[in-house]
Write a protein that binds this ligand. Structure first.
Ligand SMILES: [Zn+2]
Length: 159
């Protein structure tokens, strides 16, 4: 399945989960819905980071760069040097992760449960870091959407 197919399945998964949470009387704020949507879309393509020619591989370098900049401006009010160090370190980690994931065998680690668990842990930790500066953000809700997107990719590939 190509990236368009995975994005379509990802959007369907996002809507299904949103309706399910609504039926369970769990209301999600506009901010968490918006961020959750983008994380779900990223999750629905993320397993294919193990393909060097994939769209998500190329987009992720740009994404890593802008994530670093956004992070810097989020935390710069605390202390300039700390913000610079944290955002630089995270950008480097993201760049290296994208680079090394492309060296893996296609449909190996990233398409298995171990890759899924690592993805969930990383997303959760990342949004907990951001939550310190954006109190309205719910790392758990955003991660839930990301996890559903990631699973939708693995299941779609499997089918
Ligand atoms: Zn795949």
């Amino acid at each position: 399945m190509n990236y368009r197919g995975h994005l379509t399945v990802g959007i369907a998964t996002f809507m299904l989960l949103y309706v399910l949470l609504f039926l369970l009387n769990i209301r999600i704020s506009a901010l968490n819905t918006l961020i959750g949507f983008f994380v779900c879309m990223f999750g629905s393509l993320a397993p294919d980071l193990d393909i060097k020619s994939s769209k998500i591989h190329r987009w992720s370098y740009i994404g890593a760069f802008f994530t670093g900049i956004a992070l810097f401006f989020l935390i710069v009010n605390d202390d300039f040097i700390t913000a610079l160090v944290i955002s630089s370190v995270i950008t480097c980690i993201l760049f290296l992760s994208v680079f090394f994931l492309a060296k893996l065998k296609h449909r190996g680690f990233t398409h298995h449960m171990s890759g899924f668990i690592l993805f969930v842990i990383c997303v959760l930790l990342f949004f907990h870091l951001i939550k310190m500066h954006v109190p309205l953000l719910s790392p758990e809700v955003v991660t839930l959407f990301g996890a559903s997107g990631y699973l939708s990719h693995i299941i779609a590939d499997f089918i």
